[in-house]
Ligand binder design. Structure first.
Ligand SMILES: Nc1ncnc2c1ncn2[C@@H]1O[C@H](COP(=O)(O)OP(=O)(O)OP(=O)(O)O)[C@@H](O)[C@H]1O
Length: 367
């Protein structure tokens, strides 16, 4: 998958700028602080996810003193050309594919599949379980339509069950119906989430040694309230029967996949308790590259990889190891404040761009 052309109008500090990018090439975006490097990859991320990784405020993305923004892109996906356009105006997103309006977000999300690594991502290890669940959901939503519909159905039923539990006179028959529907959804969601984490950590385990000189063992476990085995349905029924009295007492659903978590382990201990910043960064990079591999196996094409400020805190050896580990047929954007010697990229296709005050200029390898 490749973004071959990108046009930004009134996006952050880009007034009206067009970019051309090469397929399966590393784009090395360098420049001083606060020039627009992250803004550029934020625009590509927005095309993929329809939200930013830095803000929930759509208005922050619109260039100051303007009312709307446009992100327009020509994309190549599985050898097909796509023309995508997002207009943000008055806090609303308007989507277009080949200039025809797209009404459902789910018909747009995932046409561009981009994976991001940014320093704030490391908070995934220390933040509340909600953020780790969001990480799985975001990826599975792009990978599986069944997952998307099942998850939103589950969320709707959970709300209704909680509402029913809040009534003065609780209708037991209604609670039973909701519980049964939740169990059917949870069977699908739990199997998909658990399988995803198992696959992801398997890939990450193969990649992690490239970033680590020590013999460390990484692992990840999906944590839920039942065991995920051949008797999953029975296990769920039993768990909800046991918790019914408590649910009625507290007027809410105390069990469910809305409370699950992922545990990340380094040498058998929770990563937060033992890992250095460098180890966390390496773990996360291994997860992100593992994710790219899973997407490749499922969709037969690599996603676009956005590496924001990935090189800080990595020594020269690790930087080179990272470059070697990047899949060859993948379009990659790297932002950094440092110039890097072109020889570090070996024979890989790489283009260098200098970003300055919202403008982008291709520079030759000799600067
Ligand atoms: N809505 C906006 N309108 C105009 N300018 C904006 C807007 N939002 C951010 N900016 C400007 O964008 C610049 C920051 O760009 P960006 O976050 O891409 O920096 P960067 O080049 O990645 O820097 P660093 O290396 O420090 O991460 C700042 O100058 C900021 O004032």
């Amino acid at each position: 998958m490749n973004v071959n052309q990108l046009k930004l109008i009134h996006f952050r500090n880009y007034e009206n700028t067009s970019f051309s990018f090469d397929s399966n090439c590393i784009h090395y975006l360098y420049g001083k602080n606060a020039q627009g490097k992250t803004n550029l990859i934020e625009a590509i991320y927005f095309l993929s996810h329809l939200h930013s990784f830095r803000t929930n405020q759509l208005s922050s993305l619109v260039m100051k003193e303007n009312e709307s923004l446009i992100i327009e892109a020509k994309v190549e996906s599985n050898k097909q050309n796509e023309h995508l356009k997002v207009v943000v105006s008055h806090h609303k997103k308007h989507l277009f594919r080949f200039l025809n309006p797209v009404n459902k977000y789910s018909d747009f999300v995932g046409i561009v599949n981009a994976i991001l690594f940014c320093p704030d991502d490391m908070m995934i290890f220390s933040q509340s379980p909600k953020f780790r669940r969001r990480f799985i959901d975001m990826e599975l939503i792009k990978l599986s339509k069944t997952y998307t519909t099942t998850l939103s159905h589950y969320q709707k039923i959970l709300k209704e069950r909680n509402l029913a539990l809040k009534q003065n006179e609780i209708n037991d028959a209604l609670i039973d119906i909701y519980t049964d529907q939740m169990i059917q959804d949870e069977k699908i969601i739990l199997n998909q989430r658990n399988h995803f984490i198992e696959q992801l950590i398997l890939k990450a385990k193969q990649i992690y040694p490239f970033f680590s000189s020590e013999k460390e063992i990484i692992d990840a476990k999906y944590e839920t309230f039942v065991s995920i085995d051949d008797d999953l349905e029975e296990n769920l029924i039993h768990a909800y029967q046991k918790s019914l009295a408590k649910d009625k007492l507290y007027h809410q659903t105390n069990l469910g996949i809305h409370k699950d978590d992922i545990q990340f382990l380094l040498n058998g201990s929770n990563i937060n308790d033992v890992a250095s910043q460098g180890q966390k960064r390496s773990f996360l990079l291994a997860l992100k590259l593992g994710l790219a591999q899973i997407i490749y196996e499922k969709s037969h094409q690599y996603p676009i990889l956005l590496l924001d400020d990935v090189f800080s805190e990595l020594d020269d050896i690790r930087k080179k190891q990272l470059i070697q580990k990047l899949p060859l047929n993948m379009q990659i954007f790297i932002t950094t404040t440092e110039w890097m010697d072109p020889s570090s990229f070996g024979s890989r296709p790489v283009k260098f761009y200098k970003i300055e005050k919202g403008s982008i200029k291709e520079v030759d390898h000799g600067r």
